[in-house]
Write a protein that binds this ligand. Structure first.
Ligand code: HEM
Length: 487
């Protein structure tokens, strides 16, 4: 057995060897790395990055170094893409090489390596993606509209009864629409058993995926040999708990769906997946069923926080932009009247609602640095060397705040998406909201209809105002966004 010192020395030796090996390989290519800020040896550019909003630091770097910026973070090559054109070139045209995800040991340790979003590029990921596509592609999503709209009506009732519980109501809505479309499960309340299980995975597992731990464990894997009572090692216990929750989370809703799938004609991802396997002659072997279970488990994780965060941003935007709200009220009153609620059939006649939806996505992209891609092999782009294994970060925030495309980018202006006659311009927000290439968000059509149902109905019946204090005075609203998880 190695002593801790021996393990540490060995690990350090390997790191030095890796570092020197990479330098030697690099010196063989005539192409330079993209420009970027100078960093300290090995730790690289860790100092100087705004950890609460790294996309702002990257946008700042772009002003000095251009659309493709190279940096190093604890021995990792990080290439930040700040323009949509470069992102399309690298992540769509060169997608064969740039559709992998970086490996993070913490995903395994927390039991979430089943997640399609984090999965390496390869056959298993392709199978997951097929399951998603058949259920959430553009042509299949209308099957879920009746449920989305009925849950949005239910949400109005909840908001009327307890507006102060806004974030609980949003969670309940986003959880119910995705659980229904994935498992054909209709949760009755927030206290619902299955909702409790999936909520726990967000509450316990996701926080355990802390980026600081990922960096430390990735750089010094030997720390995993230290016992959990050792100072600073309590995360090992947290991860053990997270693994147990993840397992339960993956199994329980899937079991429910399997028990109810026979004879059911209601669409759901599990139902579609099983039927498709039968139709395609894919045997229902353990591995395919496991892949379906994992893809279904991913759907909730990928859908709920993102849609939730979009809707919370929408409410915030409405509070601080009463003018936009008034215009939306006026359009709904003129098109739908005051005695009914807007439904999907009214969408084409309510361009201002779509303009609000797009401007909310643009103003504050839900996933500002998208989900990191990784380079499978060495590549050349624009005369620069993209090293094998480099992490590619698409700075969606930078693209969404590109002044040449969106004048006065820090202002909330839904009208920027409208023609002079009030009709909608062609949608150019898909990439800045949902990413690029083969890994582009596969739930985007479902997300679009589910958030539209809420914002149209909410704007039809409510005026969203600043909260009042005990003296009846308006409480000032601060525009603050949380960083979320880093993967
Ligand atoms: C407002 C809501 C949403 C936003 C803003 C959003 C955004 C994103 C972004 C930026 C990515 C990364 C794309 C890339 O790597 O280039 C992504 C990936 C993904 N999203 Fe979404 N998403 C939303 C809702 C959903 C929903 C409702 C689902 C499921 C029904 C979903 C499923 C996924 C999956 C599975 C991936 C991983 C794709 C892959 O790695 O192949 N998302 N999403």
């Amino acid at each position: 057995m190695h002593s801790r010192t021996t393990t540490g020395t060995l690990a350090f030796g390997c790191l030095v060897a890796l570092y020197l090996g990479r330098r030697a390989l690099r010196s063989r290519t005539p192409y330079p790395l993209p420009p970027g800020p100078p960093g300290l040896p090995w730790v690289g550019n860790v100092i100087g990055i705004n950890m609460d909003a790294p996309w702002l630091t990257y946008a700042e770097w772009a002003r000095t170094y251009g659309d493709l910026v190279y940096s190093r973070l604890l021995g990792k090559d990080i290439i930040v893409i700040n323009s949509e054109q470069v992102a399309k070139d690298l992540l769509e045209i060169q997608s064969r090489n740039h559709s992998d995800r970086p490996y993070l040991i913490t995903n395994e340790l927390c039991g979430v390596d089943f997640n399609t979003v984090l999965m390496p590029y390869g056959d298993r990921w392709r199978l997951h993606r097929r399951f998603f596509h058949q259920t959430f592609r553009l042509g299949a999503v209308p099957r879920f509209l009746p449920y989305q709209h009925s849950r949005a009506c239910h949400l109005l009732q909840r908001l009327l009864e307890a507006p102060e519980k806004l974030s609980d109501h949003m969670f309940e809505y986003t959880a119910s629409v995705i659980l229904n479309s994935t498992y054909n499960y209709d949760p009755t309340s927030r206290k619902d058993d299955l909702v409790e299980i999936v909520a726990n995975v967000l509450k316990i597992t996701i926080p355990a995926l802390r980026p600081d731990i990922a960096v430390i464990v990735g750089a010094f894997p030997w720390v995993l040999y230290l016992p959990s009572w050792f100072p600073g090692m309590s995360f090992k216990k947290e991860m053990e708990v997270a693994r147990a929750y993840s397992k339960q989370y993956l199994e329980r809703p899937f079991e429910y769906a399997l028990q109810n799938v026979n004879g059911s004609v209601t669409p759901s991802m599990v139902h579609d997946g099983l039927r498709r396997m039968e139709g395609d002659g894919i045997s229902l072997d353990e591995s395919s069923v496991q892949a379906l279970k994992e893809a279904a488990g991913t759907a909730f994780l990928a859908a709920s926080e993102t849609s939730n965060s979009f809707l919370m941003t929408f409410f915030l935007m409405m509070v601080v932009n009463p003018g936009a709200q008034e215009k939306a009220h006026a359009q709904i009153d003129a098109v739908v009247g005051r005695h009914s609620l807007p439904g999907m059939d009214d969408r084409a006649s309510l361009p201002f609602i779509d303009a609000i939806l797009r401007e909310t996505l643009r103003y504050s992209p839900v996933v500002p640095l998208s989900i990191p891609h990784a380079a499978v092999d060495d590549a050349i782009y624009g005369g620069y060397h993209i090293p094998k294994g480099a992490i590619l970060l698409a700075n969606l925030w930078s693209m969404a705040h590109d002044e040449s495309r969106y004048p006065i980018p820090d202002a909330f202006i839904p009208e920027r998406f409208l023609n002079d006659d009030g009709s909608l311009k062609p949608d150019d927000t898909e990439h800045i909201a949902f990413g690029f290439g083969r890994r582009m968000c596969v739930g985007r059509h479902f997300a679009d209809t589910s958030v539209w149902a809420v914002i149209a109905k909410v704007l039809a019946v409510f005026k969203i105002l600043r909260p009042l204090d005990e003296n009846g005075m308006e409480v000032p609203v601060e525009l603050r966004f949380s960083t979320g998880i880093a993967v």
